[in-house]
Ligand binder design. Sequence first.
Ligand code: NAD
Ligand code: UGA
Length: 421
Amino acid sequence: MNISIIGTGYVGLVTGVCLAHHGHHVTCVDVDETKVDALNKGRAPIYEEGLDTLLQKVKDHLTATTDIYQAIQETDLTFICVGTPSQNDGSIDLTYVQQATIDIAKALKHKNTWHLVIVKSTVIPGTTENEVLPLLEQYTEKKKGSDFGLAMNPEFLREGVAINDFLHPDRIVIGTSDTKSASLLKKIYSSFSCPIIETSLSAAEMIKYASNAFLATKISFINEIGNLCKQLTIDTYEVADGMGLDKRIERSFLNAGIGWGGSCFPKDVHALIAQAKQWNETTPVLDAAVKRNELQPLKMVALLKKHIPNLKGKTIGILGLAFKPNTDDIRESRVIPIVEQLIKEKATIKVFDPKAMSNFQQLYPLLIYCSTAKEVLESDAVLLTTAWSEFSNLDFSQSFVIDGRRFPAASKAKQYEGVCW
Ligand code: NAD
Ligand code: UGA
């Protein structure tokens, strides 16, 4: 099939590369010329494990362009994969989805063959039906059904393991109201070996939000239990293992620590809470999950101050800036509130991350950016904030370490404290 993808961020690019890997011809469209140029030179504009290698393999099946009009004319279906960031009040910002939809529609107006439009961006339930469809009909001057199809196909990949997640998902959700769109999408995913479920457009949208909100709440829950365990000198990880053996609970996403960050859990949970207000509903469970997540990183500073009450002039090392390992993404990283607090306390802050240093430097130019992780160990205390496997080779034996991510090598430190254990 000939497929166009609008937006070449984590989701768009991984979708494009993986569908090209499945033998489809993919045109990636982005408004950002530097991303398009990099892609056409065979380089991934984002860091994602295995992406460059796969990009090289599929280079004859994938091109990139800024020309959406041409891309739509030459393809049979289009995935919308643009960002859906938060507005200041936490609600979803649909500007990019709306603009991409208008651009697609203007091109579709001049196309004579049926075309399928698929929303893959995470959007609030009702968006595809009530925002995307009216724009498509307005700007194409055509009708859904006879002239074009519409589907919602949420994405569940995780950064860092995005390619594996895309190629081997637990499930594929196809939200649509017409059989032609459903059968075309099923054809695209026919070689994937996982359950494919068909739902309404808005159920597909809600499955995505409910999944992210549930996982975020699960982490906040274990962090709260973890704080109680810490008081009682119980190892939370033993508790999580014991709970996780119950098939109704399941062990994953019960790793206690300093909380959840990234480009999605925070924005999606906030968007759902904000939207619930519009629907005149309250969300005490989600509100509490957010509250726990705001407090959790500060537990690390509180532990630090138990040992070093006055941080002024003390050198505090931070190992890991990315919101999780194997990514350079620092969006909503739980390190940010920790750094903010340490700055307030006038500590000297030394940091290292294998991939995320330059992104963090743009936010906090005045920290000491070390060229090796080893240099960070030469501090009054070290906070382990991202569990990069590279850190397991470090000799922690002379350091005081506070571990926010249950990192086995760090437990060999001269002095060691775990956040929830
Ligand atoms: P991103 O910000 O990394 O990338 C979005 C891209 O879209 C950018 O390159 C931007 O230049 C481009 N863009 C914006 N407007 C455009 C337009 N009109 N035409 C062409 N290109 C345009 O976003 P992302 O992380 O890939 O997320 C995209 C969506 O997928 C979001 O809704 C997100 O919630 C969802 N999602 C993300 C992940 C993830 O791990 N990042 C996982 C699942 C779902
Ligand atoms: C998350 C979801 O896992 C994906 O399914 C979803 O597609 C994606 O959001 C999205 O919608 O964008 P991602 O943000 O890449 O993926 O990362 P996760 O691996 O889920 O981790 C999120 C945060 O939770 C990280 O800060 C991580 O350190 C933290 N976490 C995760 C914990 O603190 N404990 C855990 O047990 C698991």
